[in-house]
Structure formats: C-alpha cells, structure tokens
Design a protein around this ligand. Structure first.
Ligand code: IMP
Ligand code: MG
Length: 173
C-alpha cells in the first residue's frame, strides 16, 4: 500500500489559494492588514497566499505547538514565539495550515484580543471538522476535509512530508 494518497493536487491548491487572495484583497482594502502566519505548518500556504494578496499589508509570524506528538494534539498550547510587529489597532489575519480540534486557534484568538487588535480573522488552508472540540469561526478557508490525517503543502507528520507539493492523506505510520 502506498504511504500516502493525493487528496488535492498542486493545481487545485493553486487555483483555490488565488481565489482566497482575491477575496481577502477585497475585504481588506484600506485596512491596516497584518498577516500573521502560525509556524511551522503555515509557511507554504502563507507564502502562496500573500503573493495573491494585492492590498498593502505586513507579514509576521507566531509559533505555538500543542504538546503531544504523532497524530493527536493534547489541547495544551506551548507558546514559543510571539509577533514582533505592533498589532494593537491593526487588522490581523491569522493564517493556519489546518483547524482540527480548534484548541490552537481559540487560544490564539484570546491572545490577540488581549493585544488590542482592531479586528481578527482566521484563514486556514484546511478546515477539518471531525475532531472539533472548541468552536472557532474560520473566516476564510481553502478546503473542507471531513477526516483523515493530512500531510504535504506545509503539513507534517513528525516533521516529515511538509515539502510534498500536493495535499495527501497519510495511509501508514
Ligand atoms: P488544533 O487541533 O485545531 O489545535 O490543531 C493543531 C495543529 O495540529 C495544527 O496546526 C496542525 O499543525 C496539527 N494538525 C491537526 N490535524 C492535522 C493533520 O491532519 N495533519 C497534520 N497536522 C495536523
Ligand atoms: Mg503542525
């Protein structure tokens, strides 16, 4: 059996990311947009997305990890790196690879609200609903996926597979 199977092709991803960039550009015209990528998983999605955003913006990164390895998130967030740009009064767009349980983003939402942002929205490449534990409003997302463990296009399994250009479902471990 193959190690992984393609779920979304490079072409499908490219088209959808362009659409998202166009939608975000319409919504953030004349705003003080700061795009904040959540490391590590969002680095590829963010790099494609910002090249489709045509309105002025700044880019920063934040790094968190949820304790626990393999395929399960523990729900405990470890905060590793904060943003460096001033976000108070700004229109922050958080960019995430995948929303799964929702624990990471609900924690980050509180974190950014406490910083006094003017607005906060979430853009996730994948919205995976199977294991949602916390309600999260995902304002923009590339694709809905019902289930399965996904790798590629920035998503990893124990830090592997991030470089795959397609989005794949891991079939073995
Ligand atoms: P959360 O469960 O919504 O807090 O998601 C936390 C993190 O788990 C995401 O940012 C991903 O890094 C990781 N994750 C969740 N589901 C998957 C998956 O299917 N593949 C790879 N990483 C995942
Ligand atoms: Mg990850």
């Amino acid at each position: 059996m193959a190690e992984y199977e393609i779920v979304l092709s490079e072409e499908q991803i490219r088209e959808r990311v362009k659409e998202l960039g166009a939608e975000i550009s319409r919504d953030y015209d004349q705003k003080k947009l700061v795009v904040v990528g959540i490391l590590n998983g969002a680095f590829i999605f963010l790099s494609d997305l910002v090249r489709s955003i045509t309105v002025e913006h700044r880019i920063d990164f934040i790094r968190v990890s949820s304790y626990g390895s393999n395929k399960d998130s523990s729900g405990i967030i470890r905060f590793i790196k904060d943003t460096e740009l001033e976000v108070e009064g700004k229109d922050v767009l958080l960019v995430e690879d995948i929303v799964d349980t929702g624990n990471t983003l609900s924690w980050l939402r509180t974190h950014f609200v406490e910083k006094g942002v003017n607005s906060l929205r979430i853009c996730a490449f994948i919205n995976k609903k199977e294991r949602r534990a916390q309600r999260v409003d995902v304002d923009y997302y590339g694709f809905d996926v019902e289930e399965g463990f996904l790798v590629g296009y920035g998503l990893d399994y124990n830090e592997r597979y991030r470089n795959l250009p397609n989005l794949c479902e891991l079939k073995t471990d």
